[in-house]
Ligand binder design. Sequence first.
Ligand code: PLP
Length: 375
Amino acid sequence: MNFIPVNEPLLDGNEKKYLIECIDTGWISSEGPFIDRFEKETAASVGRRYGVAVSNGTAALEVAIQALRIQPGDEVVMPTFTIISCAAAVVKVGGVPVFVDCDPYTWNMNPDQIESRITARTKAIMLVHIYGLPTDIDPVLQLAKKHGLYVIEDAAEMHGQTYKEKQCGSFGDISIFSFYPNKHITTGEGGMVLTDDPKLAERCASLRNLCFKPERRFVHDEIGSNFRMTNLQAALGVAQLERLDQTVQRKREIGRLYRKLLTDVEGLQLPVERTEYAENIYWVFGVVLQDSIRCSVEEVMEKLKQSGIGTRPFFWPMHEQPVFRKMGIVSDESLPHAELIARRGFYLPSGLTLTNEQIRHVTKVLISILKEERE
Ligand SMILES: *Cc1c(COP(=O)(O)O)cnc(C)c1O
């Protein structure tokens, strides 16, 4: 069998047709009809009023943080088990990310640990849904209301997922999506900021486009960025959005098949299939090695690679990042669940081009590797 990559995008819908349309009409920059269409259709798909397309998910987080006017010294509570984009967006404006441990089973931020982190300087809570299962959102919204805080929802891994039947990407004051190739909708690189507030939407659009003043171009009251998405990217996005339902259905099939084949394997913790509020869409299929497996995650990943199977390690906790240690942003406090899964977790090939035969092969190889390593 050929090498099975950890992810490969599926681009066999209208992607090519729409890209040719861009080239035939000459609309290849950040102006062009697909941008507006992609923004409107994405916002409508989650029930938001406004979508502002940007160049990637990290940029979307930066725009969101700046749009909410997070100032130097302001604190934003967020999970420690996430990608650095979340914390970096806060640090870049002089704010302070405050980290919360994850639940050992859902791998999402534990809402019970949020309130003790709220201080007089807290301005916002950032929700980040991890690996296909949404965070428990209601308790977070209640806390935010009680303490007068903004809520930012990072739904980068959640296209097509719901929380209590309501679309992810529609919660809090502002939400973001990423369209990186391993996300359920990809534009190569790309992202979006979504909100229901017209003023916030306008501010996001301005921050994405260098804060040009509408009355007099090249005069600026504020510093923005060039985070514009191109019409070419949006053309891909429109085509990808057309089959989001099938994408989510297939991701669930992939997850279920992995679960079925791995369910009785000793020493392997699998993703949670469902909670009270959602069924997993397995953005990636993560596994965590338990104590009975003696060897390291790196060794298992290396052996899989030798057998032609691509994997990725789990996120590394934010409170253990060398860069934040150096900056004095984090203390020595332990957040044990995130520390454990970061050291013992990795994910298997989970892309849309994966066949059931490949999934069976991956599990067979993994099971035989683990058999050698058990006590
Ligand atoms: C992918 C991802 C991002 C960053 O998106 P990019 O488009 O890669 O910049 C942010 N947050 C989460 C949770 C992600 O998974």
